[in-house]
Design a protein around this ligand. Structure first.
Ligand code: GDP
Ligand code: MG
Length: 361
């Protein structure tokens, strides 16, 4: 899974990227013009606890790739230019984090002259909608021409979906707020539409706004939150400083400032929720590992994530939920006594926090 960090110049994208990827502040890195990628381990206290119990040879966290999407520049007219190059860099991401500046900093002026979160969010929305609209119009014209020559079923199916989306976009609504069916989403997949991507809006607050954080988030959320859009906040500057401290010192720092959750944890939690993802575990003395799957996947599909052969060779899944495993003192034998150890078939819907062991032929 790849999450792109986007936002206006000087909103704090690179600051956030560096904080969550723990790449140290280096002015030469900050000035870089190409997109930067980093794979981070998804923090999971449950996996840490399993490792404590099994002392395995290796512990493997789930991973997420973050990209600092660059390329948004101030044009000659003074306004920000959403170049096709920038927009095509945005396309390849599964979800987006839009960093919105709320901090005042006279040393680095806001590109539009003032801090205004709703204006900045709206300008991205408009650009994404226009870009999607242009793409769909071209495609609709082409399909109509083709349909004059051949009555191809696939094209006939595609056309009404694209036209439906066009109408939504013309109403100035991003596609992610629309209620599209599974089939419609499947047809749209190849287009990598920008306004369809799940979006986390991350408000970058100043130290001085610590006590108002919840109010600010609430105010923006009242206007901008919707289906597949979620508003969160973080403190760019102080969280960057915290990320350079050892964990225990960072905790003291967070408590002192009243920061409830680090930007990384907030982003990952919300990204999982937005993308409909969950984790299950495999544990043992060799390896303890967290796996990421979509909500609603069954045991056979989950087994296929571990090893593609397991799909056809699947017999049964041994299942214990993490919470029951911990209550049983980290002993599978005990979970059998308490009735929390189960044998499940292919169709079992895997739950977040399940510990699985796949029986296969
Ligand atoms: N005061 C303040 N300055 C910040 C904050 N976050 C970022 N900055 C500063 O704003 C400037 C632009 O940040 P950067 O992360 O490079 O923005 P980008 O252009 O979006 O990648 C840098 O000088 C940062 O130190 C913040 O929360 N508070
Ligand atoms: Mg940057």
């Amino acid at each position: 899974m790849q999450i792109g960090i986007v936002g206006l110049p000087f909103s704090g994208k690179s600051t956030l990227f560096q904080t969550i990827t723990k790449t140290h502040l280096d002015p030469s890195v900050l000035m870089k013009t190409e997109a930067r990628h980093a794979v981070i381990k998804v923090p999971d206290a449950r996996l840490d606890k399993c490792s404590e119990i099994f002392s395995p040879k290796s512990t493997v966290h789930a991973t997420i790739e973050f990209v600092d999407v660059v390329g948004l520049k101030k044009g000659e007219s003074g306004s920000t230019q959403f170049t096709t190059n920038f927009l095509s860099n945005v396309k390849t991401n599964d979800a987006l984090v839009q960093v919105v500046r709320l901090f005042e900093n006279e040393a680095v002026a806001h590109p539009d002259g003032s801090v205004d979160a709703l204006r900045d969010i709206a300008s991205f929305e408009t650009e994404f909608i226009l870009s999607d609209l242009a793409l769909l119009e071209t495609r609709i014209d082409r399909i109509k021409k083709q349909l004059q020559k051949t009555q191809e079923d696939l094209l006939k199916k595609e056309l009404p979906v694209l036209e439906k989306c066009k109408t939504i976009l013309e109403g100035e609504k991003p596609l992610r707020h629309a209620h599209l069916t599974k089939e419609e989403l499947f047809i749209l997949k190849t287009y990598q539409l920008l306004s369809l991507k799940p979006m986390l809006i991350a408000l970058n607050l100043d130290e001085a706004q610590l006590s108002q954080a919840e109010d600010i988030v609430r105010r923006v959320a009242a206007v901008k939150e919707g289906k597949d859009t979620k508003i969160v906040s973080f403190f760019g500057k102080i969280e960057m400083e915290m990320s350079e401290l050892p964990d225990d010192e960072a905790q003291v720092f967070m408590d002192e400032y009243g920061v409830k959750e680090s930007a990384l944890n907030t982003l990952i939690r919300e990204a999982y929720a937005l993308l409909g993802l969950q984790s299950f575990f495999t544990v043992g003395e060799d390896e303890c590992r967290a796996w990421t799957i979509r909500n609603g996947m069954n045991a056979q599909e989950a087994a296929g994530v571990i090893h593609s052969d397991f799909v056809t060779k699947f017999i049964r899944a041994e299942v214990v939920h993490y919470d029951d495993f911990i209550v049983a003192g980290g002993s599978f034998a005990k979970t059998k006594e308490t009735g929390h150890w189960r044998l499940e078939g292919k169709e079992y819907s895997v739950q977040d926090g399940d510990i699985l062991s796949i029986r296969h032929s």
